[in-house]
Ligand binder design. Sequence first.
Ligand SMILES: *[C@@H]1O[C@H](CO)[C@@H](O)[C@H](O)[C@H]1NC(C)=O
Ligand SMILES: *[C@@H]1O[C@H](CO)[C@@H](O)[C@H](O)[C@H]1NC(C)=O
Ligand SMILES: *[C@@H]1O[C@H](CO)[C@@H](O)[C@H](O)[C@H]1NC(C)=O
Length: 151
Amino acid sequence: MKKMAAFGYAQVLVLLAIACMVTVCQGQAETIVVGGSENWRFGFNYTDWALKRAPFYINDTLVFRYDPPSNTTPAAHSVYLLPNLWSYLTCDLRWAKLLANSTQGSGDGFAFVLSQWRVYYFASGEGNKLNDCRVGGMKFFAIPLPRRRRA
Ligand SMILES: *[C@@H]1O[C@H](CO)[C@@H](O)[C@H](O)[C@H]1NC(C)=O
Ligand SMILES: *[C@@H]1O[C@H](CO)[C@@H](O)[C@H](O)[C@H]1NC(C)=O
Ligand SMILES: *[C@@H]1O[C@H](CO)[C@@H](O)[C@H](O)[C@H]1NC(C)=O
């Protein structure tokens, strides 16, 4: 059943992409704070957030905001780019690329541009036994669509 749902979503994306190239999607690249006012934290379903926030467009910027570990907030977070769907599903970070460590989400946050038409899989690599990703919901994927440039 999960597979069916994923296929349906992929079809919608293809339709959106086509609609996009034909006419509808014009405008400027956006800056999007991951999780909105929840920022990047343990215990929020980012897969769900990303599905609801979609579509993303090529050259949109994702901003990950999280506090560095301290006495008051001991839990650290980070941002990894995962290589494929399997690593995303299983929270396998062995071949993942560190994008932002535990201190780089402070202040204005860590900014990442979705510069290519591909699937981006993100996850936090922190927590005992990778619990941020496995239990804490801190993973999602985004497929930025092409957006016609304003003439
Ligand atoms: C998070 O949201 C996704 C998409 O809505 C859903 O499939 C998944 O079961 C949710 N995960 C948890 C742990 O609730
Ligand atoms: C994204 O930005 C780069 C660098 O500014 C630009 O060369 C490229 O054409 C842009 N891509 C799209 C799809 O707008
Ligand atoms: C995180 O990365 C920054 C920039 O590369 C570096 O200055 C800092 O020492 C790193 N922090 C940790 C905890 O690794």
